[in-house]
Design a binder for this molecule. Structure first.
Ligand code: NAG
Ligand code: NAG
Length: 947
C-alpha cells in the first residue's frame, strides 16, 4: 500500500510538470491550427459578411439574416470579423493571410451603410481593429520589406478617420457622454436621439481608440470627445461610495440603474480608467482608477466572490449571481499589481470552468449555472494570460490547456467554432462572434508563445478591451524621456539593465518578487480559495438538504453563527458577528446594515465564516424566507392615474405602511397636495383634502403623524413622497413605514410610500391639471387608483368613462385567453379593430433582471413568433420581429425604442399568415405565461404587462 501510494504521488508530480515549458511549443502549434480553422471558415463561408454562422456555414448579414435584436448592433456591413482579426494574424505569424486581409479590407469595406450600429462595439471592434491593423501593417513592412509594398498611404488609418468621423455626432449630448447607437450613414436621427439611456461601459470605453486616432492623425477632436465623456462619468460616481451604477441618462447623467458590480454594463469603464493611464501616462486616470478599485474591493468583493450592490447603499446586495464578463477583472488586477487578489478570483473562476467546462453567462454565488449560454467569450483566458505573464506559474499553462481541450471537445464544428446555447447539455448556437478570433484565440496563443515568436514586444503595448494592440509610445511625452514599458515578467522586474533603458509604467512597480516566491504564494492563495469555496458549497448542500457527511457539518458548524439563526437583539450573537468581522449599524430608515471586513475578523477562519454569513443573508433577502431587518419588506402597492391622457399609465410602484388600512380592496379618489407639504401640523387646505387622496412629503415628523393629520382633515388616503431628491423605486431597497409605539388602532386611512421619482411625476401631473383648470380646459380632477395589483388600462378606462363621461380614448386592447394583440388597423372600415395576437412567457426574468437575460428571453419569443409568421419579404419580416421585440421589452417595463407601425408593415400584416399560438405550442419557453396588451397611440405601440 505504502509503495503504491508513493508511486502514484510521483506520477502526479510528473503529470503536473508535463505542461511545463517543454510543451509550450506544441500547444502553441495546436492553438494556431485552431485559430486557422476558425479564420479559414470565416473567409470561405462568410466573408465579406460581418460574422460567420458556423452551423449553417454562411455569413451573417444584417437585413438578410433574421435579426437577433441588440446583439446585431455590432454588425455594420463592414466585414467585422476580418477587421477585428487583423492583428491576431500578426500575432500568430500568418503574414500571407494578413497581407491578403489588409488588401481585402482596403478594397472592399466602406462605412456608409444605412445601418444603426452600437457606438461602443463599433469603436472597440472596428476602430480599434483598423488602428492596430494599420500599425501592424507598417511594422511588418518595416521588418519584411518584400511584404505590403503597396501599403504606403496609411490606408487603414484613413478608414479609421472616416469611421471615427461617423461616430462623432453621437457625442453631441449635453453631457458629452455619447448616445449608445448611431446610423453609419445618417448620423443621429431624432428617432435615435430618443434613446437617452446608455451604460457606463458604453460611454466609458472610447478613450484608448479615440486617443490613438488623435495622436496618429494630429487631429485632437477624437481624444477630446472621449476625455469629456470620461470626465463626465467620473463626476457621476457616487460621492460617498465611489461606485458607479450601470445605466445613466446621456443628457443629465441621472442614474437609471444604480446597481454596481464589475461585470456587464460597467466592466470596461474601470478597465479604461487604468489603461488610459497606461497608454497616455495621465496620472488623473490612475487616481480615478484607484478610487474605484478601492471601492469595488471594499463593497463588491467578498473573499473570492463578487456581489453586485447598490451604488448608494453599498452594503445591500442587489442580485445573487455573477456574470461572465467580470472574468476580465483578475487581468486588470495584475496590471494594478494586486497579484494575490487576482490569483484568488481567478481560482474561483477556474472552479466554475472545471465544474461546467465553460464559464456560463451567469453563475450563482455557489458557482452553479444561472444563465447557461457561453458565446466563447475571452475574459477568462485573458485573465489567465496576464496571470501567466506576471507569475510564469505553470499552473496557468494547465488552465489554458483545459480551456483548449474544452473548445476542441465541445464546440468545434465543421465550419468553425460554435457558441454554446446551454453548457449543461452543450447544445450549439449558430454564432461565432468576432471576438472569438480577435480575442479568445489571440490570448490563448500569447500564453504559449515565446517572445521571439512575435515581431513585436507585447510589453511595449497596451491591449484594448477588444485585445487590440496600441503602442505605448503614442502616449510618450515629447521631451527625451525613456520609453515607457509594461514590465510584467517576474524575471525582468529583477533586472537592473532593464531599469536603465526603459521607464516602467505599471503603477505598483517596485513590489518585486522572484518567480519562485510568486509561485509559492499563488499556490497558497489557490488552496485557501479552494477551501473557502468548498466550505461554502458544503453549507449550501447542507442547507438545501443534500448529502453532506455529518462529520463535515459538525466540525464546520460547531461555533458558526448561521444567518437563519440570527437575532439582532441577542448580545451573544452580536459578539459572534464582531468576531467574524461583521459590523452592524442602522440606516436612516432604521434598516439593519451589515458590513463585512475580513481584516477585522478574529482569525482567518472567522473571516471565512463572515463571508458565509453574508452570503446566507443575501440569499435569505433574495428568497424572502426570513428577514433580519426589523422592517420587513412589504408587497408592492401600485398607484395609477386613471384620468386621460394617462389611463393607468405609467404604473407607479410604492409600498404600503405597516399601520392603517391594509388596503384589501383598492382605494381611489382625487389628488390633493397638502399645505404645508410635510403635513406635520394642521392643514391649511382642509376643504380640498376632504374626501381626497392627499400627497405629503416625508421628514420633520413621523409617517403615522402625517396620516393622523390627513385623516383628521377627512382624507381617504395618504401618499408620502420621499424627501431624498434622487430616490426611485428602481434601484432602491424595499422600504416600509412603521408605526409608533402608541397604539395605532386609531389609524384607518391607507398610507402609501412613493420614492421621489414616482412622487414627483404625480405632483407634476397635479400641477398641470391645475393650470388646465385655470384655463378651463379640462375636468378639474385627477383620479387615482391605489391597489395591491395592477389594473389594466382597459378596465380603468371603462371605469373612468363612467366617472367622467370622457369620450373614447385611443383604443386599448384587452387580452382574452392567453394571447396578446397588436392592432394593425383600429378603424378597419367599421368592422372592429384588426389585430395580430401572440403570447409571452417570462418566468424568471423581470424588470430587475440583467439586460442579457431580457435579451435572451425576448429573443426566444421573437424567434418563436417569427418562425410561425410568413411574409413576402425579409424586410417585412424584420419589421414585424422588431415590433414583437419592442412589445416584449415594453412588457418587461423597459424603455426601448418603439418600432413605428408603417403603413407598409400594416399592409403586410393584413396579409401575413400567422398561426394562432396557443400555450401548447410555446411550451419550449420557460416560466409563467404573461399576457401582453398593446394599444396604439400616434402609430407607436407601447405595450404593458397584464398580470
Ligand atoms: C454593404 O457594403 C457594400 C460595399 O462594401 C455595399 O455595396 C452594399 O450596398 C452595402 N449594403 C448595405 C445594406 O448597406
Ligand atoms: C448638436 O446638436 C444640436 C442640438 O440638437 C444641433 O443643433 C447641432 O447641429 C448638433 N451638432 C452636430 C455637430 O451634430
Amino acid at each position: 500500500m505504502m509503495t503504491l501510494l508513493r508511486v502514484s504521488l510521483i506520477l502526479l508530480g510528473v503529470v503536473a510538470l508535463s505542461t511545463g515549458e517543454a510543451d509550450k511549443a506544441a500547444l502553441k502549434e495546436q492553438v494556431l491550427e485552431m485559430f486557422m480553422h476558425g479564420y479559414n471558415s470565416y473567409m470561405k463561408y462568410a466573408w465579406p459578411a460581418d460574422e460567420l454562422m458556423p452551423l449553417t456555414c454562411a455569413g451573417r448579414v444584417r437585413g438578410v439574416t433574421p435579426s437577433r435584436g441588440d446583439v446585431d448592433d455590432s454588425l455594420g456591413n463592414f466585414s467585422l470579423t476580418l477587421i477585428d482579426t487583423l492583428d491576431t494574424l500578426i500575432v500568430v505569424g500568418a503574414y500571407d493571410e494578413f497581407e491578403d486581409a489588409v488588401k481585402k479590407v482596403v478594397e472592399n469595406v466602406r462605412f456608409d451603410s444605412d445601418l444603426i450600429v452600437s457606438v461602443f462595439e463599433t469603436n472597440i471592434r472596428v476602430l480599434g481593429g483598423l488602428i492596430s491593423g494599420h500599425l501592424m501593417s507598417e511594422l511588418l513592412r518595416g521588418q519584411q520589406p518584400q511584404r505590403l509594398k503597396w501599403y504606403t498611404d496609411r490606408q487603414l488609418l484613413k478608414m479609421a478617420v472616416d469611421l471615427g468621423d461617423r461616430l462623432l455626432p453621437a457625442f453631441n449630448t449635453s453631457s458629452g457622454l455619447p448616445y449608445s447607437r448611431i446610423n453609419l450613414r445618417n448620423g443621429m436621427s431624432d428617432h435615435l436621439k430618443r434613446q437617452k439611456d446608455t451604460c457606463t461601459a458604453c460611454g466609458g470605453t472610447m478613450l484608448l481608440e479615440m486617443a490613438a486616432l488623435s495622436r496618429l492623425t494630429g487631429n485632437p477632436v477624437y481624444e477630446e470627445k472621449a476625455r469629456k465623456a470620461m470626465d463626465f462619468l467620473w463626476s457621476q460616481r457616487h460621492r460617498s461610495s465611489d461606485l458607479m451604477g450601470t445605466v445613466l441618462d446621456v443628457h443629465n447623467g441621472a442614474w437609471v440603474r444604480r446597481d454596481s458590480g464589475i461585470g456587464a454594463g460597467i466592466d470596461s469603464y474601470y478597465e479604461y480608467c487604468l489603461k488610459a493611464y497606461i497608454l497616455l501616462g495621465d496620472h488623473a486616470y490612475l487616481e480615478r482608477f484607484n478610487r474605484h478599485y478601492d471601492a469595488v474591493m471594499r463593497y463588491v468583493n467578498k473573499g473570492p466572490l463578487f456581489f453586485d450592490v447598490q451604488m448608494h447603499r453599498p452594503t445591500i446586495a442587489t442580485r445573487s449571481f455573477m456574470d461572465s464578463l467580470l472574468a476580465f477583472w483578475p487581468g486588470l488586477q495584475v496590471l494594478k499589481g494586486d497579484i494575490s487578489e487576482a490569483v484568488q478570483m481567478h481560482e474561483m473562476l477556474f472552479q466554475v470552468v472545471q465544474k461546467h467546462k465553460f464559464l456560463p453567462e451567469a453563475f450563482t454565488h455557489d458557482l452553479q449555472v444561472h444563465w447557461a449560454e457561453h458565446p466563447l467569450r475571452p475574459e477568462f483566458i485573458e485573465s489567465t494570460y496576464f496571470l501567466y505573464r506576471a507569475t510564469r506559474d505553470p499552473h496557468y499553462l494547465e488552465v489554458a490547456k483545459t480551456v483548449m481541450d474544452s473548445l476542441n471537445d465541445h464546440v468545434r464544428v465543421k465550419c468553425g467554432w460554435a457558441g454554446v446555447k446551454d453548457i449543461r447539455v452543450m447544445t450549439h448556437e449558430d454564432r461565432m462572434d468576432s471576438f472569438v478570433l480577435s480575442e479568445t484565440f489571440k490570448y490563448l496563443y500569447l500564453i504559449f508563445a515565446e517572445s521571439d515568436d512575435l515581431i513585436f514586444d507585447p510589453d511595449n503595448y497596451v491591449l484594448t478591451t477588444e485585445a487590440h494592440f496600441l503602442p505605448l509610445h503614442l502616449g510618450d511625452s515629447k521631451e527625451n524621456a525613456l520609453p515607457r514599458r509594461l514590465m510584467l515578467d517576474p524575471d525582468e522586474r529583477l533586472s537592473d539593465a532593464a531599469l536603465r533603458s526603459v521607464r516602467p509604467v505599471l503603477p505598483l512597480y517596485g513590489a518585486q518578487k522572484s518567480k519562485e516566491r510568486l509561485g509559492e504564494e499563488a499556490r497558497a492563495v489557490r488552496e485557501r480559495t479552494q477551501n473557502v469555496l468548498e466550505e461554502l458549497n458544503a453549507l449550501q448542500r447542507h442547507s438545501s438538504g443534500q448529502q453532506v457527511s455529518p462529520q463535515q457539518v459538525c466540525s464546520q458548524n460547531a461555533e458558526r453563527l448561521r444567518a437563519i439563526d440570527f437575532n439582532p437583539s441577542n448580545p451573544a450573537q452580536l459578539q459572534q458577528l464582531q468576531e467574524m468581522g461583521i459590523t452592524l449599524s442602522y440606516g436612516e430608515d432604521s434598516r439593519l446594515l451589515l458590513t463585512h471586513q475580513g481584516t477585522a475578523a478574529k482569525s482567518q477562519e472567522h473571516a471565512q465564516w463572515g463571508i458565509i454569513f453574508m452570503t446566507e443573508i443575501a440569499e435569505m433577502a433574495r428568497a424572502g424566507s426570513a428577514e433580519p431587518s426589523p422592517a420587513a419588506p412589504a408587497d408592492p402597492i401600485y398607484v395609477q392615474l386613471l384620468t386621460p391622457p394617462h389611463l393607468g399609465l405609467p404604473v407607479l410602484t410604492g409600498s404600503l405602511a405597516l399601520y392603517g388600512s391594509k388596503l384589501h380592496t383598492r382605494a381611489n379618489g382625487r389628488i390633493t397636495i397638502a399645505q404645508p407639504l410635510r403635513a406635520c401640523g394642521t392643514l391649511e387646505n382642509r376643504n380640498e383634502v376632504k374626501d381626497s387622496i392627499v400627497i405629503v412629503e416625508r421628514s420633520d415628523c413621523m409617517f403615522i403623524e402625517k396620516t393622523r393629520i390627513a385623516q383628521a382633515a377627512g382624507a381617504v388616503g395618504v401618499i408620502v413622497i420621499d424627501s431624498n431628491p434622487d430616490s426611485a423605486w428602481a434601484g432602491s431597497a424595499s422600504f416600509s413605514m412603521s408605526g409608533d409605539t402608541k397604539s395605532d388602532d386609531d389609524v384607518h386611512v391607507p398610507t402609501v410610500f412613493l420614492f421621489r421619482k414616482e412622487g414627483e411625476w404625480l405632483m407634476k401631473v397635479r400641477e398641470k391639471k391645475r393650470e388646465a383648470v385655470d384655463q378651463k380646459e379640462a375636468s378639474p380632477d385627477s383620479f387615482l387608483f391605489i391597489a395591491d395589483h395592477w389594473f389594466s388600462t382597459w378596465l380603468l378606462h371603462q371605469r373612468e368613462r363612467r366617472i367622467s363621461g370622457a369620450k373614447e380614448a385611443p383604443i386599448c386592447l384587452h387580452t382574452d385567453g392567453l394571447v396578446a394583440r397588436i392592432v394593425i388597423d383600429e378603424e378597419n372600415e367599421g368592422a372592429g379593430p384588426l389585430y395580430v395576437q401572440f403570447a409571452f412567457r417570462f418566468g424568471p426574468v423581470s424588470t430587475e433582471s440583467e439586460p442579457i437575460e431580457h435579451q435572451g428571453i425576448v429573443e426566444r419569443h421573437v424567434n418563436h413568433i417569427g418562425s410561425i409568421a410568413e411574409f413576402e419579404s425579409n424586410e417585412e419580416r424584420h419589421a414585424f420581429m422588431n415590433l414583437v421585440r419592442s412589445a416584449g421589452y415594453h412588457s418587461l417595463g423597459l424603455s426601448v425604442k418603439d418600432e413605428p407601425m408603417t403603413p407598409r408593415l400594416a399592409n403586410a400584416l393584413r396579409t401575413a399568415i400567422i398561426e394562432e399560438t396557443m400555450p401548447d405550442s410555446i411550451s419550449g419557453l420557460t416560466g409563467d405565461l404573461t399576457r401582453v396588451r398593446c394599444y396604439v397611440t400616434d402609430k407607436m405601440i407601447p405595450c404593458e404587462i397584464v398580470p
